[in-house]
Design a binder for this molecule. Sequence first.
Ligand SMILES: [Zn+2]
Length: 248
Amino acid sequence: MEQINNYADSRLINGCVYCGGSADTRDHVPSKCLLDKPYPENLSVVGCCDSCNNGFSMDEQYFACLIESVLCGSTDPGKIRRASVARMMKHSPALQQQIENSKTEVNGQIGFIPDMERVSKVMLKLARGHAAYELSLPWRKEPDHFWCGPLSFLPEESQEVFHSVHFQHMTGEVGSRNMQRLMVTQMTITGEDGELKNIDMLINDWVDVQDDQYRYIAIDDMSTSIIRIVIAEYFACEVVWELDNDLE
Ligand SMILES: [Zn+2]
């Protein structure tokens, strides 16, 4: 990943990006268990307290193992595609058993019933991390909109919107990483007088952390922040926060 320095007002983020406690440690966004070696260079890191850092790791492992079990149709480490996840399941028979217990079979199709509380906790944490890193916005309040699930569950027209790049109308926090990623492009439009005009558009594109494994887009339109995440081109998440005067 391209390394981008944050020139936004650092006072916007004080302490742990998840709970506001003291930032004793740094947390990778996304967590390494969702990526494969060799890891991308310059992985994003955000400030985080010890308790949040430890508090999420079991749920993140569960989530990484669940996604792979679904994609491989099995909890057998020998059949798991990602080597690091296969190792995780081998070393934690309890975790493997837990996922195995959630297995269902309908008409010969293997499925797994996810523990949505744990999955949502992980996705919200990732979204908060991306918002803090990309937009310099610590969204600690509950989101105004939250959705996560398999990409294929989205109706086709929603998928198109979900995957598209974002044309930025208003610019977010000056100097944030997201602002520096925006690309300017020129478009030619026909004005009301019939004359052709060139206008500058700002394009906010998806950030590919690791090909086919993890990508996200962070959108800041002043009053609304949107984070979209796609994992293994299978599982997606959308989180929206609306500004209501305070960021807590
Ligand atoms: Zn914390």
